[in-house]
Design a protein around this ligand. Structure first.
Ligand code: PPE
Length: 306
C-alpha cells in the first residue's frame, strides 16, 4: 500500500512505522473496534474537502455506543484530528481511516477496564474495485454466506468484528472470478455487499434496501438525496435477487467504491450490460458534489488546504 508520514494516535502525531500496538491488544483477539472510512477530494478551486466528515465522525461515535465502548474524544475532536492528519501528511486527496479499539490490558472476552484507543490514518487510495469499474461496471455474485442477522451482530455499527462476515463473502466471490459479492439477509432479501450498499433501477424507479440489515451508508444517503433532487422516485424497500436479475440498471455505493455500476449478477446481464443512463447521471452528479462543483451541497464538504 501507499504509506504516508504520520498517523494520529490518541492525540499525538506519530510516524507511520511507530504507530504500533501490543499483540495482546483486545481488538486483535476479539474484533472489538469500530472504524470509519472517508474520502478527501481535490476540489475544482484548488483546495480540498473531506466528504461528509461530520456525519462519518457521528457514525463512529454511534458505532461505539452500540458496542458500549467509551471513546475518550468527542466527534468534533475526531473531525478536527482528521483534517490535521491530512494536513500533516500534505494529502490533497485520499482515504481517511479513524479506528477506535479496545487496547491492551486484561485478556478475556470481557473488555473490562482496557483502554479505548483511537488512531487516524490517511493514504492515497484509487478506485476500490479496479480502474475500469467506475466506467464499465462490475460482475457480482450472490454469496453463499448470508449477511448477519440483526440480532447476531449489530449491522448499524461499523464494527471491525462484523467484517468477518464480509471477508467470507469477498474471498468466495473473488476466488470464483467475480469482483464483489451480493449478500442476502437471513430472510432471503437483498441486503448489502461486503463494503457497499446496493441500488437497482427498474421502470424508472430507483430502489435501495431499507435500513435494517445494512450499514447506513453515507454515500447511500447522499445518492438518495441527489436522486430525489434530480426528480427521481427513490424507494427504500426490500427486494429479492430475482427482481435484481430483471433490473434495468444496478449500482453499488460506498466511500471506497464511490458509485460503481453493476453489469452482471449471477451470470445474468443487468440491463444493457453497461453503466445505465440513471447510474451515469447519478455518478456524474456525485463526483461534481464531492469536488465542490455544486454549491447547493457545500455543507457536505469540510474544506481544508495544504
Ligand atoms: N456497507 C458496508 C458493509 C460497508 O463496509 C460500507 C463502507 C458501506 C456499506 C457504505 O458506507 P459508506 O461508506 O458510508 O457509504 N465500506 C468502507 C470500507 C471499505 C474497506 O474495504 O475498508 C468504505 O467504503 O470506506
Amino acid at each position: 500500500m501507499q504509506t504516508t508520514q504520520f498517523i494520529w494516535f490518541d492525540g499525538k502525531m506519530v510516524s507511520w512505522d511507530e504507530a504500533r500496538v501490543h499483540v495482546l491488544c483486545h481488538a486483535l483477539h476479539y474484533g472489538s473496534a469500530v472504524f470509519e472510512g472517508m474520502r478527501a477530494y481535490a476540489c475544482v478551486d484548488g483546495g480540498s474537502a473531506v466528504f461528509r466528515l461530520n456525519d462519518h465522525c457521528a457514525r463512529l461515535v454511534n458505532s461505539a455506543k452500540i458496542l458500549r465502548m467509551d471513546i475518550p474524544h468527542t466527534k468534533e475532536h475526531i473531525a478536527e484530528a482528521c483534517l490535521e492528519t491530512l494536513q500533516a501528511n500534505k494529502l490533497k486527496e485520499g482515504y481517511v481511516r479513524p479506528l477506535s479499539f479496545v487496547g491492551y490490558g486484561e485478556m478475556g472476552v470481557y473488555p473490562g477496564a482496557n483502554p479505548v484507543q483511537t488512531i487516524i490514518a490517511v493514504w492515497p487510495w484509487g478506485a476500490y474495485l479496479g480502474a475500469e469499474a467506475l466506467e464499465k461496471g462490475i460482475r457480482v455474485k450472490t454469496s453463499s454466506f448470508a449477511r448477519m442477522h440483526v440480532n447476531t451482530l449489530m449491522t448499524k455499527a461499523k464494527a471491525s468484528g462484523n467484517y468477518i462476515n464480509s471477508i467470507l463473502a469477498k474471498v468466495e466471490a473473488k476466488e470464483d472470478g467475480y469482483d464483489e459479492a451480493v449478500m442476502l439477509d437471513t430472510a432471503g432479501f437483498v441486503s448489502e455487499a461486503t463494503g457497499e450498499n446496493i441500488f437497482i433501477v427498474r421502470e424508472g424507479i430507483i430502489k435501495t434496501t431499507p435500513w435494517t440489515s445494512i450499514l447506513g451508508g453515507i454515500t447511500r444517503d447522499s445518492v438518495v438525496k441527489l436522486a430525489r433532487d434530480l426528480g427521481y422516485t427513490v424507494e427504500e424497500q426490500q427486494f429479492t435477487r430475482d427482481e435484481f436479475y430483471i433490473a434495468d440498471e444496478a449500482f453499488f455505493t460506498g466511500t471506497a467504491a464511490e458509485l460503481t455500476p453493476i453489469r452482471e449478477l449471477d451470470r445474468r446481464v443487468i440491463g444493457a450490460g453497461q453503466a445505465g443512463p440513471v447510474t451515469k447521471r447519478l455518478q456524474k452528479a456525485f463526483f461534481e458534489v464531492v469536488k465542490g462543483e455544486k454549491p447547493k451541497y457545500a455543507s457536505w464538504l469540510s474544506r481544508y488546504s495544504i
